[in-house]
Ligand binder design. Structure first.
Ligand code: ATP
Length: 294
């Protein structure tokens, strides 16, 4: 039960703002996808369209071959948790919201929800609106994971959560995925922290798909070259250097572009170390433009 998501020529317009501009991609089921993009790139709009919350201005979103919008049967297979915590009414207790989710969601796992509530130390008799921001986010994550929805999406759902809680979220997500493979789409600005979760990455930029590939392939686009400063400088002289760091006589230069075997051998012969580059640095390079929001 891991349906494919197919997006074809998807555009979405808010008045004069074209938030999505002819987006095409296909997400085979049973993987964890990272959705990345700068502020205003269109991530929230895209996830809302995938969940059937928004009618596309043009194009289609299909899950398992079925159009999503106004299709109750398909929408029930999808769970989108948003940063604003769209999981329930602020005046309802967590207990009541979980009870409602149990009745609404076909795959709801009540025992798992109870375990997660305990793990995240959430007060189930408290109203949603009385939680701290981080607790609200953690509760959203509980609902998303316990939904066991074949397509589960988190839109910056970790906002306000402290580092240990975010780590617990990542661990739980991975565990839930291994126990019962489904499709996760996770949008985040915490790229370095969350990228170990992702098998594939979709980068949106200015309403279009800039890149859609395996994380390993993205990583292979950049190399950190480390060694004595003068040797590094010589080696990278004709390469695209995105940045560098110095520690005493040692320098590390971040080089964009794939290294073939010959170049790797030359680096080794020169006594240089080659290592992976931070995904965050690659992202920054790829999405460098005139500014953030359009
Ligand atoms: N309700 C709205 N009314 C008008 N324009 C909007 C609305 N929501 C989003 N936009 C615009 O659509 C574009 C895409 O916004 P969206 O929220 O999808 O981006 P995002 O990638 O999720 O950004 P962020 O990382 O800042 O959350 C932006 O230019 C934004 O200003």
């Amino acid at each position: 039960m891991t349906p494919t998501i197919d997006v074809a020529d998807l555009s979405y317009r808010y008045g004069t703002t074209l938030a999505l501009d002819g987006v095409n991609f296909s997400l085979p089921g049973g993987k964890i996808y990272g959705l990345l993009g700068r502020n205003g790139a269109g991530k929230t709009t895209l996830l809302s369209a995938l969940a059937g919350f928004r009618k596309p201005s043009a194009g289609t979103v299909r899950i398992d071959g079925q159009p999503v919008f106004e299709n109750a049967q398909v929408v029930r297979q999808v769970c989108l948790i948003q940063e604003s915590s769209n999981v329930g009414d602020r005046s309802d207790t967590l207990h009541d919201i979980l009870d409602f989710a149990r009745r609404l969601r076909p795959g709801w796992d009540a025992a798992y929800a109870a375990r997660l509530v305990e793990k995240f130390e959430l007060p189930s008799r408290t109203k949603l609106g009385e939680l701290s921001r981080g607790q609200r986010s953690a509760f959203g994550i509980v609902v998303g994971l316990a939904s066991r929805a074949p397509v589960t999406m988190f839109d910056e759902a970790h906002l306000g959560m402290d580092a240990p809680t975010r780590q617990a979220f990542a661990d739980e997500l991975l565990q839930a995925f291994l126990e019962q493979p489904r499709t996760f789409v996770v949008s985040t600005h915490l790229i370095e922290e969350q990228s170990p979760l992702f098998e594939r990455v979709l980068i949106l930029h200015e309403g279009r798909v800039l890149l859609h590939e395996d994380l390993d392939d993205l990583r292979a686009r950049g190399v950190a070259v480390t060694g004595p400063a003068a040797t590094v400088d010589d080696f990278v002289a004709d390469l695209t250097v995105l940045g560098d760091q110095r520690l005493g006589p040692t320098k590390s230069a971040m080089v964009y572009g794939e290294f073939d075997d010959e170049r790797r051998a030359a680096a080794r012969a020169a006594g240089l170390d080659l290592g992976p580059m931070a995904v965050q640095d690659l992202f920054t390079h790829l999405t460098r433009s005139t500014g953030g929001a359009r």
